[in-house]
Design a protein around this ligand. Sequence first.
Ligand SMILES: *Cc1c(COP(=O)(O)O)cnc(C)c1O
Length: 485
Amino acid sequence: MRSEYKLIFERSHEGRRAYDLPELDVPCACGSIPEEYKATAKLDLPELGEVDLVRHYTNLSRRNFGVDNGFYPLGSCTMKYNPKINEELAPMFDEVHPLLDPDMAQGCLHLMRDMESMLCEICGMDAFTLQPAAGAHGELTGLMHIRAYHEHRGDFDRKVIIVPDAAHGTNPASAAMAGFKVKEIKSAPDGGVDLDALREAVGPDTAGLMLTNPSTLGLFEKNIKQIAEIVHNAGGLLYYDGANLNAIMGIVRPGDMGFDVMHINLHKTFSTPHGGGGPGSGPVGVKSHLIPFMPVPRIEEDEENGMLYLDCDKPLSFGKIKSFYGNFGVIVKAYCYIRSLGGKGLKEASENAVLNANYIMHKLRGVYEIPHDRTCMHECVVTPGELMQYGVNTSDIAKALIDRGYHPPTIYFPLIVHEAMMIEPTESESRETLDEFIEAMKDIAEQVKTDAAAIHAAPVTTPVGRPDEVTAARKPVVKYEKPVE
Ligand SMILES: *Cc1c(COP(=O)(O)O)cnc(C)c1O
């Protein structure tokens, strides 16, 4: 193995040091450590010289793939490049303590209130809470509004949330967490909600329907008006999963489509890098009939002195869902993003996100198969199609992309498409980047036909190529064991 790939333990040589301290010229304080706290055995830590240590960590950092060093077309969860300026501005607020008296935090409260009203404007809703800490947390929060609404009306039998099978996987999970039963309905052949199946599914037990739009197929739901009518006529409420708002913002608004409650992901559409495991922010917007049930605290204005304050005195509120005020840093970045783009810029971002996805889909037509071949939104789904006859599947193509310098798209999702590859280029990428990626995808398709063995061997540019996936999952080796000499 090349020494670049060695573990730090494998490079260790007894006695080597990465630092050089002068001799102690004051009395040693080690005598004051009680015996019971002293280590009894030598710690088995790696011992390296400084340059080897620096190279070890530098090389490790270079193995890290991120949106700052390459194209990252992951579908379903927007992983886009965001302007660095938003990152620069958020720390300006980081000395504000959450327990500060509201009269000392008027700037933060104003920023949050302005943010709420901008989101209302973008989404066509009447009020927003910024508290939920993620998309799935927003779903849970939204569903608790639905529950509180029905229960307040004495409608205790509405226990079922209907979820189309093209919904994001968090939707049924959140519905179950909120205490509902989940009824899944199949998609129609065109990928949209099957209206007959929906008519069949609604009834006096319907609490609501959750719609991921665009769906996980990357398609805009064409029958929203009918869906809204069917669900509302049955007494249910409509939930809009707006995690991928970069497909529609500035163009259509969930509130205008008849939705009662929705969430968006600030950490996808509105800046903040997504994918590092947090923090995130999943604000929830509601129509006026759900405002009384919103989580506390709410930001209110004191009519006497015009000061903003946090109000927990909301008798119908279902309570608190997050300590303090949500992930404030994420909210600041989203605020900067929205203010710097403006309404026109946000609309352009959506237009470019949709244009880029359609461009890729169009260029890959005939090379890969497109299961639902109609105009897509911010992402497109393709499959290897006829390439499978060469014994190659989606996973092989993803691995071949790694050797060509790309993070693979989402694969084997959505579940309802066999051998799916879900590609989301996002609005941030240039035409040149898209063209290079398209060339790489075509190059792989060519190599499948001429040299399938090479595709099966990929990736060859990574320290580990193809681990035995079953053993890796069942018996993972996650800790270095020193070989017995
Ligand atoms: C990402 C995503 C979610 C979940 O958001 P998290 O912040 O990861 O919890 C929900 N719905 C859709 C459509 C998404 O893309």
